[in-house]
Ligand binder design. Structure first.
Ligand SMILES: Cc1ncc(C[n+]2csc(CCOP(=O)(O)OP(=O)(O)O)c2C)c(N)n1
Ligand SMILES: [Mg+2]
Length: 376
């Protein structure tokens, strides 16, 4: 993977006006092969089994801190990541395990990260929300809503300066489109023709707040129009549709026209593993279960002769075995030594960075005045 690829000829330059009219229709002519469909299915099942196991590990107190799952989002994970080139950069929010898996990071390293162990992808210091692997160009994992959006935009600017052919994909949730940095970033990306695709995964909720309650324009892809940026909305439960839409979006971005893609999904469980989602009606929960993207895709592939009952069982068994191996790897990995706590906080040491360990005082205790000096 090189960062010094020859500069691609972009359709527009920084001084040009970016953007094409916004459209709602997904790209036409979905044409993935049967092998690709099967690969999508395998990927989706692996994400599902990994996330279910992560939730269980949480209840076993193997995993601490926050933990947000991609359950219900598997089709978007599979379609989006399949469209990326090896050199492309992916930024996500804290709901990222599935994307990290699909980006090719070993499941054991991801599970070990959840377990806070030394062999974790962020050496055990990041946890669920802060998985990072520069070799896989998986750039995290951010806990601050919208925190990744300016960083991803800056990465696209760096690619542009260097004349690289890579693109950046910046994933976020629907709730993130109300953060100021979202608007600032889209504005700059459009003005400067940056090679970036913003993907808004619309799962209908930001924690317990619906899109309709929080967004004056709930059709989120339309927000791109404010920046004359091309955009589309796609069925996020259909991996082939997401894949095709991403290919269109990435081709646009590589050509100097940033793009906003809205993927429509549903969050099958609570916001995080500790959220019982009581704000959701029983009907809503049942509708989500009925719309399970994996079950629906299995039916479709079965009808098309791509999947058989035996193959469905085999794919499931393989995923279960991969996840069991990941758990064994995580369990066997040692806890990181506390002395390494600050080793990965900054790329280069920062002079005024306190090197305290937990429990140490922030400043050295001030010398206590001697009574005789005070009264003198
Ligand atoms: C700046 C900031 N504000 C609030 C929060 C608390 N918070 C965490 S997740 C979340 C909802 C985000 O929803 P969305 O962007 O739709 O992502 P989803 O969880 O649905 O994937 C909020 C408000 C936060 N982490 N950061
Ligand atoms: Mg959301």
């Amino acid at each position: 993977m090189s960062t010094t690829k020859p500069k691609v000829a972009r359709a527009s330059t920084r001084s040009a006006t970016a953007g094409t009219p916004t459209k709602q229709s997904p790209p036409s002519g979905i044409s993935v092969t049967e092998a690709q469909e099967l690969a999508f299915y395998r990927q989706m099942v692996l994400v599902r089994r990994f996330e279910e196991r992560a939730a269980r590990a949480y209840t076993e107190a193997k995993v601490g801190g926050y933990c947000h799952l991609n359950l219900g989002e598997e089709a978007t994970v599979a379609g989006l990541t399949a469209a990326l080139e090896a050199g492309d950069y992916l930024y996500t929010n804290y709901r990222e395990h599935g994307y990290a898996l699909a980006r090719g990071i070993a499941p054991g390293r991801l599970m070990a990260e959840l377990y806070g162990r030394q062999d974790g992808v962020s050496r055990g210091w990041g946890g669920s929300m802060h998985m990072f692997d520069v070799e896989a160009r998986f750039m995290g994992g951010y806990g601050i809503v919208g925190g990744q959006v300016p960083l991803a935009t800056g990465t696209a600017l760096a690619i542009d300066y260097r004349g690289g052919a890579e693109a950046v994909v910046c994933l976020m949730g629907d709730g993130t489109t109300n953060i100021g940095a979202f608007h600032e970033s889209l504005n700059i990306a459009a003005l400067w023709n940056l090679p970036i695709v913003y993907v808004v995964n619309n799962n209908g909720l930001g924690m317990g707040t619906t899109v309709e309650q929080s967004s004056a324009e709930p059709e989120l892809y339309k927000r791109a129009a404010s920046y004359r940026m091309a955009s589309a909305r796609v069925d996020g439960n259909d991996p082939a549709a997401v894949y095709e839409a991403m290919r269109v979006a990435l081709a646009s971005a590589r050509n100097g026209k940033p793009y906003l893609l809205e993927t429509m999904t549903g969050r099958m469980k609570g916001h995080s593993v500790v959220d019982p989602a009581r704000y959701r009606s029983r009907e809503e929960a049942e509708a989500l279960k009925a719309a399970d993207p994996i079950a629906a895709y299995a039916v479709r592939l079965h009808e098309h002769g791509v999947l058989t009952d035996d193959l469905i069982a085999q794919v499931d068994a393989e995923a279960m075995s991969t996840v069991a191996d990941a758990v064994a790897f995580a369990d066997a990995s040692p806890h990181p030594d506390v002395s390494t706590l600050f080793d990965y906080t900054y790329a280069t040491p920062v002079p005024n960075d306190s090197r305290r360990l937990p429990g140490e005082a922030l400043y050295p205790a001030a010398p206590r005045p001697v009574l005789s000096e005070v009264s003198a």
